[in-house]
Ligand binder design. Structure first.
Ligand code: ADP
Ligand code: MG
Length: 705
């Protein structure tokens, strides 16, 4: 029995789970009682940590980490690049001139000072003050990754401006906590002391073979294919979704689970997705801050584990043209610290009234801040996915399902509810009819769907941090809850005011509710009639972030200062422009150095073949050679002129200093020329023998695993 590997024991998972996390259990075990209590208080109240306590915690953390093989520590943070950043320091401290001890102080735990000059700040951190600082976020647990103790931190400038994604996220969680508690108190709830937002992000990704990846510059530099003729078989047979998982992928998934479990990530379901080579991982939901950290970790770990299996994970939103891209579904709800889901219809009239009020807040928020939700998912990659009949369109709307919509209609119009029991729905008096859970999620085309006890925001791109969308969601819903609380707190007849609030929301904002097919052209037209926004591209969406309305919202709730918002707008615009520039340059290089020479070589071969045949006898037909040479030569001419055009575009772009105009230029000119170049190259690929084509085809990438 001694030789049984740990993972063959049936109960190894509970032991493994979270074994690399300095979590509550470990803290309780390893910290003196007083320290533990003080730390817990800090975590709950978000207070700063006393230096003496920090020293004790740091020491315990270090001992624990060293026992687990850690040699280094790092402040782990989430700068505006969208990735995570870390700077490793070792624990060693000289004890004598020839010996060291392992040390980690409270000061090192609580605050770090990375030289942050190369992180984007959008002008917030002047170059003469290149330092930023990182500060421990005790509401997220430290963990060990690659023999390094990672301490989740926020990242700020010395002036206190947020330079990361975590700081505003934490702020937004505070704001919605405060406003939701006001509402709960009005409904007589005195027990709950905290309302947290919960998130379960479903993550999609592609896996391809490492060797094929290494042969394609577009995949290596841009994460997506910039060229490639569609394969004869795509996803039309729908045989991949939930299909049998190939052994190689199975082995990968098993490893992935283990690595994620060690880090306390609740990886729960894994299955194949719609497209070939596409997969999904869904964790069990948790609070938004932890879910955000864990999603960042998950993306990183998927990539790492893939490498171990000689695979490469593509997190790009649209790695393959003509094949479904990858998104992320942000399942979002609100919960009290006593465990009540506030988006779950209840059993009594009062509970239902409360549910309807929270629901109304979300309806009003989504309608009034469509632009912010759209901006929160805007990226060069996601533009290829939204509206491409595989993901929701760029139009934000919400799905509530027929049953709930009927109830709302009855409230709005003081008329009978059409369900079995013919009643006129009165908020605070009537009980909601029971909606069978499975009927609440029939609409997979909706960008923002109510799924029985939570909302599923489906517009996110696969590679993005979920921080942005959740900052927006938390803030806009908090804003509406605040407005409701203002009205209700002074109300003489609570139920009457409540009823009116809900009725008014429905009257004013029902245009945002759409239960039909979001992929259809009719919806695009209908949405326009309803006056909903259709911000097709990132270039269209980004400027709305800094509209007066949105600056008012974020500054009112102290999520962002105006300066922080403008800097974020600049960073995101620049990121968008840089991504497309890199893609254009990569296309240029691949076309000039690989595709055009390959085509010319084959054309040469064909011409020689034809000439040889002719010299043998003028009777031998050479029409295949001639027609192919004609087709390919036309492609080459086209490609050459488009490559020249792209180079000119990029020169022009350098001269444009207006951020907005520049983004539009990329969206409307550069991308169009890139598309045209691709079309010619893909056409050439169609006529080329495999052995002449310089890189692996779509079929190889998608099917040879
Ligand atoms: P589907 O694929 O049908 O959308 P899944 O069951 O795969 O649904 O994913 C649902 C996700 O929603 C899971 O990550 C789950 O943990 C999450 N979820 C469930 N309840 C809540 C909640 N109250 N708050 C946030 N997320 C939730
Ligand atoms: Mg989903």
């Amino acid at each position: 029995m001694n030789n049984v590997p740990a993972e063959n024991k049936s109960n190894y998972i509970p032991e493994l789970f979270g074994s690399m996390v300095f979590n509550d259990k470990v803290m309780k075990e390893r910290l003196p009682k007083e320290t533990y209590k003080a730390l817990k208080k800090t975590m709950e109240l978000g207070k700063s940590l006393d230096r003496t306590i920090a020293n004790v915690v740091a020491n315990a953390m270090k001992d624990w980490a060293v026992e687990k093989g850690a040699t280094h520590f790092t402040h782990w943070f989430q700068p505006m690049t969208g990735y995570t950043a870390e700077k490793h320091d070792s624990f060693i401290t000289p004890e004598t001139p020839t010996s060291v001890i392992m040390e980690f102080s409270g000061k090192e735990l609580v605050k770090g000072e990375p030289d942050a000059s190369s992180f984007p700040s959008g002008g917030l951190r002047a170059t003469f003050e290149a330092r930023g600082y990182t500060a421990w976020d005790p509401s997220a647990y430290a963990f060990i990754k690659d023999n390094t103790l990672c301490i989740p931190t926020v990242f700020c400038s010395y002036g206190g401006e947020a330079l990361d994604k975590k700081t505003p996220l934490l702020r937004s969680m505070e704001v919605i906590n405060k406003q939701a508690l006001r509402i709960l108190r009005l409904f007589g709830n005195t027990e709950a002391t905290r309302v947290i937002t919960t998130v379960g992000p479903e993550q999609e990704y592609f896996l391809i073979d490492k060797d094929y990846y290494a042969q394609r510059e577009d995949l290596m530099l841009c994460g997506r294919t910039l060229f490639g003729e569609r394969p004869p078989k795509g996803q039309e047979l729908e045989d991949h979704y939930f299909g049998t998982i190939k052994p190689r992928i199975k082995a990968f998934m098993k490893d992935l689970d283990i690595e994620l479990w060690k880090l306390g990530v609740f990886a729960k379901t894994e299955h194949n997705e719609v497209a070939p080579a596409q997969h999904e991982l869904a964790p069990i939901f948790t609070n938004t801050n932890v879910a955000t950290d864990q999603n960042q970790l998950t993306m990183e770990i998927i990539k790492k584990v893939a490498q171990k299996h000689d695979l490469v994970c593509l997190l790009h939103e649209k790695p393959f043209e003509g094949i479904n891209g990858s998104g992320k579904h942000n399942n979002w709800s609100l919960s009290t610290n006593t465990g009540v889901n506030l988006l779950e219809p209840g059993d009594s009239p009062a509970e239902n009234a409360q549910f309807l009020l929270f629901l109304s807040a979300v309806i009003k928020a989504v309608d009034e801040y469509q632009d912010l939700l759209r901006v929160s998912v805007a990226s060069a990659g996601n533009d290829h996915r939204l509206g491409a009949n595989e993901a929701p369109p760029a139009i934000v709307s919400m799905f509530l399902g027929d049953e709930l919509s009927d109830v709302l209609k009855s409230i709005e119009n003081d008329c009978e509810y059409n369900g079995k029991d013919k009643v006129e729905m009165k908020v605070g008096v009537h009980i909601l009819p029971r909606f069978p859970k499975d009927t609440t999620d029939r609409n997979r085309t909706s960008p923002f769907a109510f799924t029985g006890n939570k909302f599923e925001f489906r517009m996110l791109g696969s590679g993005d941090s979920i921080a942005g969308p959740n900052i927006v969601l938390n803030t806009i819903v908090a804003e509406e809850l605040a407005g409701f609380a203002d009205k209700l707190e002074g109300a003489e007849d609570f139920n009457a005011v409540l009823h009116d609030i809900i009725k008014e929301v429905l009257k004013d904002h029902k245009r945002i509710i759409f239960n039909g097919n979001n992929y259809s052209q009719e919806w695009v037209e209908e949405a326009q009639r309803r006056g909903l926004l259709n911000l097709r591209t990132t270039a269209d969406a980004l400027p709305t972030f800094i509209s007066q309305k949105n600056i008012d919202l974020f500054t009112k709730h102290k999520i962002f200062t105006k300066g922080e918002m403008i800097s974020r707008y600049e960073i995101l615009s620049e990121l968008y422009q840089k991504k497309i520039t890199i893609e254009a340059l990569t296309m240029d290089e691949m076309a000039r150095k690989e595709i055009i020479p390959a085509v010319l070589e084959y054309v040469d071969f064909l011409s020689k073949t034809a000439a040889n045949k002719r010299s043998l006898s003028p009777d031998i037909p050479v029409s295949t050679e001639i027609s192919t040479v004609k087709e390919l030569s036309a492609c080459v001419e086209n490609m050459t002129s488009l490559v020249n055009q792209l180079e000119e575009d990029l020169q022009l772009a350098k001269k444009e200093s207006d951020i907005q105009k520049l983004s539009q230029f990329f969206a409307n000119t550069v991308l169009q020329h890139m598309e045209a170049l691709r079309e010619s190259a893909d056409k050439a690929e169609h006529f080329m023998p495999k052995k002449y084509w310089p890189f692996p085809s779509y079929s190889e990438l998608l099917y040879k695993i």
